[in-house]
Design a protein around this ligand. Structure first.
Ligand code: AMP
Length: 192
């Protein structure tokens, strides 16, 4: 029997789209690491490390941290010899510069797919207000949604142009969404 493919995946979607839950299910299903750049940065802030001190102000304002603070960390976790183990990247890339850096660091293995977990803005806004995270002030939520539209949404074209974009409806029951995601990822892997 051939060994199962360890997919190299990016998951995108507005904050509050349910990415965290779906990432847990996907990483267990495929046996791959889930790397959330938001979690890495929050851990750095909690530790008070140099990265955390530099990142905190940007995060509290709902702004993106500068690319150079995060790109090397991602490369050290998914690039080079790590590519074969597969991964699920969540929260990166957030802009075209990061996407270009990701494509470069994935040479020669390449990505299998970028999935957009699609949930309407009005729905995610309500969910973010309800979850009550420390950085979920109304101003920060507005800023993050604005930045998502300006900086991150152009990545759909970026990945679509490379034949890597999958769009999955993120509204509904957790199990149904997960089944849809797995079916579309499996199809992409089979065709890659
Ligand atoms: P998240 O948990 O993905 O919503 O990220 C929380 C915060 O961390 C964001 O609002 C940004 O300030 C910062 N952040 C996470 N990932 C990135 C990234 N790839 N580039 C820049 N900033 C990021």
């Amino acid at each position: 029997m051939s060994e199962a493919v360890r997919p190299r995946l990016v998951i995108m979607g507005r904050q509050g789209a349910g990415k965290g839950t779906q990432c847990e299910l996907l990483s267990a299903h495929y046996g791959i690491d889930h790397l959330s750049t938001g979690d890495v940065l929050r851990a750095a802030v909690a530790e008070g490390s140099e990265l955390g001190v530099k990142a905190k102000g940007f995060m509290d304002a709902g702004d993106l941290v500068p690319d150079e603070l995060i790109t090397d960390i991602v490369a050290s976790r998914v690039g080079g010899e790590h590519a074969a183990a597969g991964f699920l990247l969540d929260g990166f890339p957030r802009n075209v510069g990061q996407a270009e850096a990701l494509v470069a660091m994935m040479e020669p293995a390449g990505l299998h797919a970028c999935v957009n977990l699609d949930v309407e803005e009005s729905v995610v806004r309500e969910r973010m207000m309800a979850r009550g995270r420390e950085d979920d002030t109304p101003e920060a939520i507005d800023r993050r949604l604005e930045l998502y539209a300006q900086e991150t949404a152009p990545l759909f074209d970026f990945f679509d142009n490379r034949g890597l974009l999958l769009v999955c409806d993120g509204f509904g029951e957790v199990e149904d969404i997960s089944a849809r995601l797995i079916a579309s990822i499996d199809q992409a892997i089979a065709g890659s």
